[in-house]
Design a protein around this ligand. Structure first.
Ligand SMILES: *Cc1c(COP(=O)(O)O)cnc(C)c1O
Length: 427
């Protein structure tokens, strides 16, 4: 199905019988569900393309996409077909057996990346856990490091398990959850001197740096792109020292940056990298991929009950094939440029409010001036009232991560809403 026909499908309002008949009750929800999220007062019940409808039938343009996850938007015919086919045929069996769809997805991934092998799991945090375990085993068995250290960056984000909140260089995610997992050390992002210093200073007794784990562009930490020269120098340092270079591609992988993988934008290949968010287009799946270090894990050393099941892999494969068949990366590049151009124009008109616009492809951030009271979350609330869903990346950055099939008209609509939201807030 072409993007054009998707737009047509998406602009048709929902049929009344596809919406729930009873009104949504947020109080009963809050009485039953743990309060781990500060939710916007909105219950989304249906989606098509880049549009979603709430429980009252109000329409929104979705520039959140489940946080950079719904690659093909909502109710894409290729996903509907794959989900239906897979649930009718076989949805889950154990990894005690060969799973055809898992093999096919792994083959697609290794044909379209620098990886030689794939391990499947269900989320970004789990994919990073697998990468951390692989790096540690490699450190113990090949590098012969008794106490391996993994360097990660300040303002990074790697997930919510104990090891991945430790890897995450933001104290707010770690508070009250100590004791944290030993073996991590933080450095400033895009600072090669800090890496060199850490590698030489942390070489003492049984301790040594075994791996460096970084996002090619920091998503959650404020949409901060990696510096090409920094990453190329990192690659060189890792080649010289044997330290593993691990990229967390959970948010930027699967076409979000306009290339399939964020590392392509940097011109640097990692030894290990992880994917999750966009990989299944919204179906839970994660993957840890490696080049060269494929035979480090032996049978029984790592596993996941759901990881790589026929359902998740069958659907993810259809997402991958659709990206390729419909030339969606080109759309990401063009719409990304259009979006940044529009945001820059808004910034030029509001220099007292906006400090910076930055990003790659369809992951972009608009940073607010530090000295104003306004937070990104406040702007998001007003944008919702204007009919566009956005998500903050930290307190001062608005993040724009629409489905990769977003159209020119939809980008313009979102830009108009942002401009209006800023005007409303400053009157
Ligand atoms: C979202 C995210 C994660 C965590 O993924 P989950 O699926 O929520 O566990 C890890 N790393 C990055 C860069 C992310 O953006």
């Amino acid at each position: 199905m072409s993007i054009q026909s998707l737009v047509e499908a998406a602009t048709n309002p929902p049929k009344s019988d596809s919406l729930s008949s009873s009104p949504f009750d947020a109080n009963s929800f809050d009485e039953a569900v743990m309060s781990t999220y500060a939710r916007f007062p909105l219950a989304l019940e249906r989606g098509a393309g880049c549009r979603v409808w709430d429980s009252e039938g109000r329409e929104y343009l979705d520039f959140v996409a489940g946080i950079a996850t719904c690659t093909l938007g909502h109710a894409h015919p290729a996903m509907v077909e794959a989900v239906t086919r897979q649930i009718q045929k076989l949805h889950h069996v154990s990894n005690l057996y060969y799973i055809r769809e898992q093999g096919e997805l792994a083959q697609w991934l290794i044909q379209h990346s620098c990886a030689d092998r794939v391990f499947f799991c269900n989320s970004g945090a789990e994919a990073n856990e697998a990468a951390i375990k692989l790096a540690r085993k490699y450190a113990h068995t090949v590098l012969e490091i008794e106490r391996p250290i993994i360097l990660t960056a300040n303002a990074s984000f790697h997930g919510r398990t104990l090891a991945t909140i430790t890897a995450t260089g933001q104290p707010k995610y770690q508070k009250h959850f100590d004791p944290l997992v030993p073996g991590f050390h933080y450095v400033p992002y895009n600072d090669i001197g800090a890496i060199e210093a850490a590698i030489s200073e942390l070489d003492e007794g049984d301790y040594r740096v075994a791996a460096i784990l970084l996002e090619p562009l920091q998503g959650e930490g404020g949409v901060r792109p990696g510096d090409r020269a920094y990453f190329q120098k990192l690659r060189q340092i890792c080649d010289e020292t044997g330290v593993l270079l691990i990229f967390d591609e959970v948010q930027v992988g699967m076409g979000r940056t306009g290339k399939l993988w964020g590392y392509e934008t940097l011109g640097v290949e990692p030894d290990i990298f992880t994917s999750a968010k966009g990989l299944g287009g919204g179906i839970p799946i994660g993957a840890m991929m490696s080049k060269k270090f494929c035979d480090v894990f032996q049978p029984g050393e790592h596993a996941s009950t759901f990881g790589g099941n026929p359902f998740a892999c069958g659907v993810a494969l259809s997402v991958c094939q659709t990206l390729e068949k419909e030339n969606i990366l080109e759309n990401v590049q063009q719409r990304g440029e259009q979006l940044r151009e529009g945001l820059n124009a808004i910034a030029a008109k509001n220099p007292h409010l906006i400090a910076d616009v930055r990003g790659w492809g369809l992951i972009n951030g608009m940073e607010l001036q530090a000295d104003i009271q306004l937070t990104a979350a406040e702007i998001v609330k007003v944008a919702i009232a204007e009919g566009v869903l956005l998500v903050p990346a930290g307190p001062k950055v608005l993040r724009f991560v629409p489905p990769l099939i977003v159209t020119e008209a939809e980008v313009n609509t979102a830009l108009q809403a942002v401009e209006k939201a800023l005007a409303t807030l400053t009157v």
